[in-house]
Design a protein around this ligand. Structure first.
Ligand SMILES: [Ca+2]
Ligand SMILES: [Ca+2]
Ligand SMILES: [Ca+2]
Length: 630
């Protein structure tokens, strides 16, 4: 009996702890952030689901101060009360301007500002890229430093060091703005910028490079999907860049990632839902990159799961797009960037590791709001059979992804083989022969260089002559040509960090400025002027943009093709051999007739006359002719 007397205080203290727990949950809400922070009037997506981050949000109510904006339904909090999902409806007659969201419970309230935006003018925005464009890929950090005040920001001190190839080097959005006239002069009509999301503000001690911590200068490790990296600028600077580019006739393509977040995203330790990621930091699959299982009609289930849901390099948290809240978050995030900045296209990272059921919803949402907008997916593979599987236009793995375009890596490898390594040229028409596997080969993005591969000029056997031929090919074949910053001045760099070197002249203290003719070496200027001429020819000669591609002659080292529209034709002849070559070929379906004289716009050839439905050309070693009827 006496034991009961002893047990009573224990029971009381237990009750007290329980009560303390309840009272902690009822503490005043604290608000840290709302995502998205704004939305525009007249959107096809309404209501907008806002994810509020803070503390003590369990059971909280949300009220809006200011008209035209209302809360729909009951907000939903996660287990720890750190996230609250709220649906906000924007009236079609809402006036643009700031509102206040008041989040309250029994013990008090917190608030966050939220903005109703006027919709951007659709003329000149959301344009989509097409074969009419010449795209140019820029690594923001490595192109041009236009604002030295953001090189070592207070938010993330100590990550700037131009001598360390894994640190920030100072390139930024202002630098891109400063170089738009250079790009315009080169003939560029679309700029693809590496991701501008806010990346982690610290050294990455999980991913060691050469045994040492690195930074997120490349942009692919977001810690915040709704902010601009402070080393690059701000949202207003980004909007300024898009608007200036548009005025100059240059489109902007955003680089996005939805497969994973960065390793230091706050979600990793406190996710908005238990299924936000595939697995947890402590327990998850590692990506095994067995991408062939993705199109295997009878895949080994675990291999496919490890490929789709495994964490990249075992540390990039794999977002679970099968969680409807994750899908909703990512779709809104994409629409928000397009809607608030006016961009024209997206290059989507790591496309194949995200389910098609999600892509279908994502692309539908984009096209509903921005019908002309286009997306190119990154599927890093040399096999057309594999790559073509991911293009939209037909159901794959239960859904049509709706993907417009892919980076044409199969052709990239053939180009490198032929023109950089100076091996057989006929690998190119052999790769193009597989075009029937794509739903639309004409919108594929063709390239001879990118930020994940060693530079063209660092391949064994590479030369300026080969670089010119490769550019001539990319700028005259089907697809949307994409150049990689610095390739136009024959920059070198054999591996991943070296391929991302600073553009000479883009940075304070640079010894020379290769953005100007005077600052380029003779070889660099030779390459630059040739590529500039080719880009201009593509802009001038419409068949090079939209014409049907017709193969006229193929041998181991010679390749002749035509691009034909209803109103014009261009014949391109390439000799990849170091020796000169003379040969004859039939004009086929070019529409040319006997007696027509063609002139070579590059001046390698004298006039060529069509006779007996044939053309005869004699090309010098490693040369190209772009022939048009006179
Ligand atoms: Ca800077
Ligand atoms: Ca940052
Ligand atoms: Ca994944």
């Amino acid at each position: 009996m006496t034991t009961r007397g002893h047990r009573l205080p224990k029971l009381l203290s237990f009750v007290f702890i329980l009560f303390a727990g309840v009272s902690a949950a009822a503490q005043t809400p604290e608000i840290l952030k709302a995502e998205p922070p704004s939305w525009w009037v007249g959107s096809s997506l309404n209501p907008v689901r806002v994810l509020i981050k803070g503390r003590n949000l369990s059971g909280a109510r949300v009220q809006v101060a200011g008209g035209g904006l209302s809360v729909v339904g009951v907000p939903k909090a996660n287990q720890s009360g750190s996230y609250l999902f709220v649906d906000l409806a924007i009236s079609p007659t809402a006036r643009a301007g700031e509102r206040t969201l008041r989040i309250s419970n029994a013990s008090g309230s917190g608030s966050v500002r939220w903005e109703v935006l006027p919709p951007l003018d659709r003329r000149g925005s959301f344009q989509g890229f097409s074969p009419d464009d010449v795209m140019y890929l820029i690594m923001i950090d490595r192109f041009s430093d236009g604002d030295q005040s953001n090189n070592d920001p207070s938010q993330s001190r100590g990550l700037y060091d131009r001598k360390n190839k894994y640190y920030y080097h100072g390139g930024d959005l202002q630098g891109v703005i400063d170089r738009l006239p250079y790009l315009k002069d080169l003939g560029v009509t679309a700029v693809w910028l590496t991701p501008w999301y806010d990346n982690y503000d610290r050294l990455n001690e999980i991913e060691l490079k050469e045994g040492k911590p690195c930074t997120g200068f490349h942009g692919y490790n977001p810690q915040d999907f709704y902010s601009v990296e402070e080393h690059f600028g701000s949202l207003s600077k980004l909007r300024e860049l898009v608007s200036i580019a548009h005025r100059m006739g240059i489109k902007i393509v955003q680089d996005e990632v939805v497969n994973h977040s960065g390793p230091y995203h706050p979600w990793v330790d406190d996710p908005p839902s238990p299924t936000w990621f595939n697995g947890t930091k402590q327990k998850h699959l590692a990506n095994v990159f067995q991408t062939w299982t993705l199109h295997d009609p009878r895949p080994v289930a675990l291999l496919k799961k490890e490929t789709m849901e495994g964490w990249f390099l075992d540390f990039l948290p794999d977002l679970n797009q099968n969680d409807p809240e994750v899908a909703r978050y990512l779709i809104q995030n994409t629409l928000w960037w397009i809607g608030v900045t006016g961009t024209d296209g997206i290059r989507m990272d790591t496309w194949q590791y995200v389910p098609n059921s999600f892509w279908r919803q994502w692309t539908n949402a984009i096209k509903r709001e921005f019908p002309r907008f286009t997306v190119v997916g990154e599927v890093k593979d040399g096999d057309v059979v594999h790559t073509a599987y991911f293009q939209g236009g037909r159901s794959r793995d239960g859904a049509d992804s709706g993907l417009d375009s892919l980076l044409d890596f199969p052709l990239f490898y053939s180009i490198r083989h032929a023109f950089a390594e100076e091996k057989d040229l006929d690998g190119i028409p052999k790769t193009l022969a597989k075009d029937y596997l794509y739903t639309n080969p004409n919108i594929l993005v063709t390239l001879l260089g990118g930020h994940d591969d060693g530079r063209f000029m660092s391949e064994k056997g590479a030369s300026i002559a080969g670089l010119k031929l490769a550019n001539a090919f990319v700028l005259t074949t089907r697809g949307v040509p994409q150049l990689y910053y610095g390739d136009e001045i024959a920059m070198t760099g054999a591996d991943e960090p070296a391929t991302r070197a600073d553009f000479p002249g883009g940075f304070p203290g640079d010894k020379r400025n290769a953005f100007t003719k005077q600052g380029r070496t003779r070889e660099e200027d030779d390459a630059f002027e040739f590529i500039r001429k080719m880009a201009r020819l593509r802009a001038e000669l419409k068949p090079l943009q939209r014409g049907e591609l017709l193969n006229l002659y193929v041998s181991a080292q010679q390749y002749v093709y035509a691009r034909r529209t209803k109103t014009g034709v261009v014949v391109v002849a390439i000799n990849n051999d170091s020796k000169g070559a003379g040969f004859q070929f039939e004009i086929g379906q070019t529409g040319l007739v006997d007696g027509t004289t063609l002139v070579d716009r590059l001046g390698s050839l004298s006039e060529v006359r069509v006779s007996d439905r044939k053309m005869k050309v004699t090309l010098p070693g490693r040369s190209v002719a772009v022939m048009v009827p006179r």
